[in-house]
Design a protein around this ligand. Structure first.
Ligand code: CTP
Ligand code: MG
Length: 189
């Protein structure tokens, strides 16, 4: 039987959060800077419904992406100091390409699910539990796996992925409630 303490839950959670920070920031930041021209330029798909809708904008995409990359650069720069501060030996470092795949992967995951939501006839902002909370994780994983497979395999180990899948929905709920309270989001999900 696997004893949880053997897994060293503390470093597991910290490392998971650290790895995902460049993927966690883009979508919330897109909420802050988003607006203006929609990515689908207001066009409809062949089913007569919007391709993506007004909730996905170019400003959100590039502003959010830039934010994730900036966070990642800061992490590369501060990795050892942060590790010392929280009594860990080391924290994983990021190749530059991974900063791009984590942040834009997160945004693309969200955009793809937006496309699916429109096909299902869901209006902008309509909630889709679990999917809403994890679409960006799978986007970040997928893009990183494609462009940096070796880095992905050595950093996103089985237990790291499990931890991310558990911790992320909790964090997602918290940030969306904060966004709603700050009136950045129209709905608390
Ligand atoms: N946003 C943006 N560009 C993006 C992602 C988000 O401008 N690429 C902004 C939009 O103002 C959007 C808000 O952030 O309304 C919240 O994002 P999200 O919840 O992902 O979009 P929804 O409005 O819920 O739209 P959808 O139903 O298509 O997911
Ligand atoms: Mg939404």
């Amino acid at each position: 039987m696997l004893i949880l303490s053997e897994l060293q839950v503390y470093p597991l959670i910290i490392t998971s959060l650290w790895l995902m920070l460049p993927a966690y920031f883009p979508n919330p930041f897109a909420v802050v800077v988003g607006g203006g021209t929609p990515i689908d330029f207001g066009k409809n798909f062949i089913d007569g419904k919007r391709i993506l809708g007004d909730g996905k904008t170019w400003r959100g995409l590039f502003g959010g992406g830039a934010c994730g990359i900036l966070i990642g650069l800061l992490q590369i720069y501060l990795a050892q100091q942060v590790a010392n501060l929280i009594s860990l030996e080391e924290l994983p470092s990021f190749p530059i390409v991974v900063l791009f795949t984590l942040s834009f992967g997160a945004l693309i995951g969200d955009i793809i699910m937006s496309f699916v939501k429109r096909r299902l006839g869901l209006k902008r902002g309509a909630p889709l539990p679990i999917i809403d909370q994890l679409d960006f994780v799978f986007g970040a994983f997928a893009l990183t796996y494609v462009f940096a497979p070796n880095w992905f395999i050595s950093n996103f180990t089985f237990w790291i992925i499990i931890t991310i899948l558990i911790v992320t929905p909790v964090l997602h709920r918290i940030t969306n409630i904060i966004g709603y309270i700050l009136k950045l989001k129209e709905v608390p999900w």
